[in-house]
Design a protein around this ligand. Structure first.
Ligand code: GLN
Ligand code: ZN
Length: 768
């Protein structure tokens, strides 16, 4: 039985790549030095995998910014607007072109925008979206993959396996930049270039080549299925002497199983962590020649593999295929998990013993191979760790489980229906038409950040820290009063991050020192780890909300992060369904909502910024997800009295396919991001006749640009054409944390002025 790996984190255990790239961008190091850092990282990674005993080791999984961008350069898919970079720039042309595509180019009198970035399937990794035109040409442009294979071969010999994104997924993950064609039709022009690349790699000595085709595990149209057949048949006809491995991940093959197993390739990789149930179907349909790579070590999480469970899957496959045709592997590229658990010195040793990062996952793959060859000790050790986690009191809290079991429908439902609540809110708050508010955070200045850094280091006392935060809060409140906002916020100066702030105060979470994963380019994130039953030992935000409310006569909105968003931006325990963990968080947030209400806060906002990004890749799995995600929100909000107004906020605006679920959340007010789409995306709400109140963002906070009063009035009047004016709120697209004060002040002053004009110009019924 062979082992393989699909991809390894490239940022380096000390985030060397991030630092080197950023230094190159600011001119602190030259291309030579940058390449030196890259070479060292690659060689170390190869050596690590070799030492772990992996048989097929990826190369070309390294990237300075993003592997999809690397593919675009390899295939010569370079949008027209970058051609000037090549003519104007004399040195480091290819590298500068590459980074120009990634980050935009503002130099030498040129001003070219970056390529669009979007999430890689359902991960938090972002890739650069390939841009296609109707007459798109493909030809080899970058030599990176060939150089990298040669370098890998020197270290790894025949174990070196170049990795490419497969032709069909490459097209499907891109987008058309002009009308009149479908990008999938470009497959005919694209395949010959893949043939050329594969043949060159074969001549260089490659024995195996990995083609990532994650789209093979998604819902496919007939045409897209045909594209798979066409592409791989054409390649098989024109390539020989090299073994192709098609890798799928993140979902089950489902209705694409027959298509996938019959592609004329040497091996197929399936994700048995996400979708273990697909193994039976794959084994039932697999033809005699095909090797099967079992993705059994979770490449998306930080938990130790349960060898007994994995061995069941391995044994089942071996029974049918024999050991020669089975390969053991992580479920997907290890890009999505942190690098080395050995660098974590502060995690509770008991919990640490349940965890594995990328390096440890390689060992797990190798260990599973050794166990099948008779090494019983490795299995015993693993069983002990798994058993300790299963029974640990750090994980399992009976009180939490009992409470989850006793949640009723009534807990997830407000006492009265929205119209009754709306009337109570109108009487209680007496807001004017088009009430104004913001989404929560105000600019986090360097001063505030330094303050927190000092406090965390121990260089500043808690009192001094809190006093400074109080001062910032008071100033923000005074200023909001001056410009005449209707619903104020405290500004979130005490929070570093909207998930971390709550994770640090809830039981069941831990924070790592080195658990970095790449988010995009040089940006890395360090998600919290949810290891145990979640509960809320004490109030989390009441102190700040109460303090803020006491400074003003106006309404002060309490500000919380919702359970799905906390889940989505963390590493989640894998020993119970995600919805159970979400409900536990929901109960914690629910208690906080009630504590705020008790403290006299009349309006509470529960942000669910990430509800949409948790949507399963397969349509058939979406209803179940939406049901539990919406219910979790309803649990957080369901306990308050009718007179309390619950807001929610979402950082996007594509609601077409989920609008009925958004309505089912039954928030009294929802604020969303609509300014850039010119309110077009409100159509979904209009069409659905969304009944509750809604604040479509009128100010794009992603740019320092200050919107004019007139353009915001125009947006409001568009919104009023689509929805009842008496249900409309006036607010920015999102929080203002990343903005600077001057532009924020100017924009919000204009926004308040816009609301005043709207009150004069747009007729409104029903508001007192
Ligand atoms: N309340 C948060 C803020 O204003 C919301 C941020 C978000 O939606 N991403 O920063
Ligand atoms: Zn937002």
């Amino acid at each position: 039985m062979k082992t393989q790996n699909l991809g390894y984190p490239r940022i380096g255990s000390q985030r060397q790549l991030k630092k080197a790239c950023e230094q190159y961008w600011t001119g602190k190091i030259d291309l030579n030095e940058l390449n030196q850092v890259a070479r060292k990282l690659k060689e170390e990674n190869w050596q690590t995998q070799l030492d772990a005993g992996i048989d097929l080791i990826p190369c070309n999984d390294f990237s300075f910014y993003d592997q999809t961008l690397d593919m675009s350069l390899l295939l010569g898919v370079i949008p027209q607007r970058y051609s000037q970079v090549l003519t104007e720039v004399k040195t480091n042309q290819e590298t500068d072109l590459y980074f120009a595509m990634a980050r935009g180019y503002q130099k030498d009198g040129l001003d070219i925008t970056a390529m669009e970035m979007t999430k890689w399937l359902d991960t938090n990794y972002h890739y650069l979206v390939p841009e296609f035109t109707a007459k798109q040409k493909f030809s080899i442009f970058s030599e990176k993959v060939f150089g990298e294979y040669n370098a890998a071969k020197r270290v790894l010999g025949t174990k070196a396996k170049p990795v490419l994104i497969g032709p069909v997924s490459y097209l499907l993950l891109g987008k058309e930049k002009e009308q009149g064609f479908e990008r999938i039709d470009l497959i005919k022009q694209l395949v010959p270039v893949y043939v050329e690349i594969i043949n060159r790699l074969r001549l260089q000595g490659a024995v195996w080549i990995q083609l990532d085709e994650p789209c093979l595990a998604l819902d496919l149209s007939k045409k897209e299925k045909e594209a798979f057949e066409f592409a791989y048949r054409s390649i098989a006809n024109r390539v020989s002497g090299v073994k192709l491995l098609v890798a799928t991940y993140f979902e089950s093959l489902l209705d694409n199983t027959a298509l996938a197993v019959n592609l004329p390739v040497a091996a197929l990789h399936v994700d048995l962590v996400r979708a273990p149930e697909q193994l039976d179907e794959v084994l039932a349909l697999i033809p005699d020649h095909l090797q099967l790579s079992l993705g059994i070590v979770d490449g998306r999480n930080v938990w130790k593999n349960d060898y007994e469970k994995s061995l069941q899957l391995i044994n089942k496959a071996v029974e049918k295929l024999g050991t020669d045709r089975v390969i053991i592997a992580p479920s997907c590229s290890l890009l999505h998990c942190p690098i080395d658990l050995e660098l974590e010195s502060t995690i509770d040793p008991e919990i640490r013993n349940w965890m594995a990062y990328a390096r440890q996952k390689l060992d797990e793959v190798a260990a599973l191979q050794q166990i099948t060859e008779g090494n019983a000790d490795l299995l015993q050790l693993n069983k002990a760790a798994i058993a300790s986690r299963r029974s640990s009191e750090k994980v399992h809290k009976q009180a939490v489980k009992d409470r989850i079991a006793s949640i009723t429908e009534a807990d997830a439902t407000r006492s009265s229906a929205f119209p009754v609540r709306q009337q109570l809110h109108r009487e209680r708050f007496k807001f004017p038409a088009f009430p104004t508010t913001t989404i929560g955070s105000f600019p986090q200045t360097d001063d505030i950040r330094q303050l927190r850094a000092k406090y965390k280091k121990g260089d500043l006392s808690l009192e001094a820290y809190e006093q400074a935060i109080e001062q910032a809060t008071i100033e923000a409140i005074r200023w909001q009063e001056e410009i005449g906002l209707d619903v104020l916020v405290h500004g979130e100066f005490e929070r570093n991050d909207m998930v971390e702030y709550f994770g640090e105060q809830l039981d069941g979470f831990l924070f790592t020192k080195n658990g970095w994963v790449q988010s995009y380019g040089s940006r890395c994130v360090k998600p919290p780890v949810i290891y145990g039953d979640v509960s809320r030992p004490k109030d989390m935000t009441v102190r700040w909300s109460k303090f803020a409310a006491a400074q003003t006569e106006k309404q002060m909105k309490g500000m919380l992060t919702g359970p799905v968003t906390i889940l989505q931006w963390s590493f989640v325990r894998d020993d119970q369904p995600r919805e159970v963990t979400t409900n536990q968080i929901a109960l914690g947030i629910r208690d906080e909502v009630l504590a705020l209400e008790e403290a006299g806060i009349g309006i509470v906002q529960i942000d669910e910024a990430a509800i949409r990004e948790g949507l399963p890749l397969r349509k058939s799995k979406r209803p179940h997800y939406l049901d539990w995600a919406v219910r979790a929100f309803r649990i957080t909000a369901g306990g308050v009295q009718d007179k309390t107004q619950v807001h929610t906020h979402m950082c996007y605006s594509e609601f077409n396919d989920i609008i009925e679920h958004i309505a089912a959340m039954d928030a009294d007010v929802i604020t969303i991001e609509t300014s850039r789409s010119q309110m077009e995306l409100l159509q979904a709400f209009a069409h659905f006749e969304y009944p509750n109140e809604i604040g479509p963002g009128v100010y794009d906070i992603h740019s320092p640009r200050v919107p004019t009063t007139e353009e915001m009035v125009a947006l409001l009047s568009k919104a009023a054409d689509l929805l009842p004016a008496e249900n409309l709120w006036v607010n920015p697209d999102c929080g203002l944390k990343t903005r600077k004060w001057p532009e924020t002040k100017a924009a919000l002053e204009n926004m308040v002025a816009a609301a005043k004009l709207a009150r004069e110009q747009i007729s409104v019924e029903g508001v007192i």
